[in-house]
Design a protein around this ligand. Structure first.
Ligand SMILES: [Zn+2]
Ligand SMILES: [Zn+2]
Length: 317
């Protein structure tokens, strides 16, 4: 396989670069014909990983596939349209990097030598932009797009991508939030391990799965379907009754989104809240002041509120 870059330059970059959980994957259609791949409706492929970035990849990270100048000859294009430089897909990393035999898929124009091995991750294409790529030409004049590697290119397979740039591209691409996916785990601890390094959007997806699942149902039962914030404020903790007679209440993971630590998906990190207070916890002026074995202490609009943890409620019930 060709050398991607001179190693001293790469070492200098390695020192300066920080992982962000987002990636730009650089694609050269003269080597690997992404247009044919995107037309094939396959949605998974592996992507080569640079050694010094290998430990930064984790399942559930998000990224974009960037195509630079399409230097295929007319013969190689064989009637196909030359790709304009731009973003051609939104992708999600599926696993951690592993050594694999060099790929021999039919999209290679300059296939890597057969029999060799390289470090690669599986990626899932969650948005195919072949028919309406986000052209670099217009991204260059977008003030929210600041990532230099994405704009100027890079002689390598991947680079961490600036979060603000990723979010702007995500908006422009029209990717629906339900495109992000989390595989069900055998246990909450499995999920926590698997998605510990994921992008925040994918952690949200995992969190929402749990908030609608059996673990959350048990917590709701234990808190008596009451809003624990209303309760702490001395207000009526019940919302409306649902058609099945159960009072409506929502489950919320207190520390999930900022850090996916062991235990963070479990019941001791879930509280039940009314729809209003749930929104307020996400978007309001809220600080988690204390997190002990027995309780959370929130400061909401300057008022400290003690919310007992489910384990404590169950113990004292
Ligand atoms: Zn409430
Ligand atoms: Zn929530």
């Amino acid at each position: 396989m060709e050398a991607w870059f001179v190693s001293s330059a790469s070492e200098a970059l390695a020192v300066k670069t920080e992982p962000t959980t987002y990636w730009t994957f650089f694609c050269n259609p003269r080597r690997w014909q992404i247009d044919d791949f995107l037309r094939s409706h396959r949605d998974e492929d592996d992507y080569r990983v640079i050694d010094w970035q290998a430990t930064w990849f984790a399942p559930g990270q998000l990224g974009v596939v960037r195509v630079g100048v399409d230097t295929r000859t007319r013969g190689q294009l064989a009637g196909r349209r030359r790709l304009e430089p731009g973003i051609y897909a939104i992708v999600q990393v599926v696993d951690s990097p592993k050594l694999r035999p060099n790929s021999t898929d039919p999209y290679w124009l300059e296939a890597p030598p057969e029999g060799g091995e390289h470090l690669a991750v599986d990626i899932r294409y969650i948005k195919n932009l072949l028919d309406r790529p986000l052209l670099l030409e217009s991204l260059k004049s977008d003030l929210a797009v600041t990532d230099r590697f994405l704009l100027d290119g890079f002689q390598g397979a991947s680079m961490p991508l600036d979060p603000g740039t990723f979010h702007r591209i995500l908006d422009l691409s029209g990717t629906e939030p339900h495109a992000f996916d989390a595989e069900p785990g055998d246990s909450l601890a499995d999920l926590e391990r698997r998605y510990a390094g994921a992008s925040p959007e994918v952690k949200e997806v995992v969190s929402r799965h749990i908030e609608r699942g059996p673990v959350a149902a048990k917590v709701k039962e234990a808190t008596g379907y009451r809003c624990q914030v209303c309760l702490a404020l001395g207000q009526n903790p019940f919302s409306f009754r649902k058609r099945d007679g159960e009072p409506y209440v929502e489950a919320h993971h207190v520390t999930f989104v900022s850090r996916l630590e062991p235990g963070s998906l479990g019941p001791s990190n879930i509280i039940t809240v009314c729809a209003d207070h749930h929104r307020q916890l996400h978007y309001g002026i809220v600080e988690l002041a204390k997190d002990t074995a027995e309780e959370f202490v929130f400061v909401i609009d300057g008022v400290a509120l003690r919310v007992p943890k489910i384990s404590h409620i169950a113990d004292t019930a």
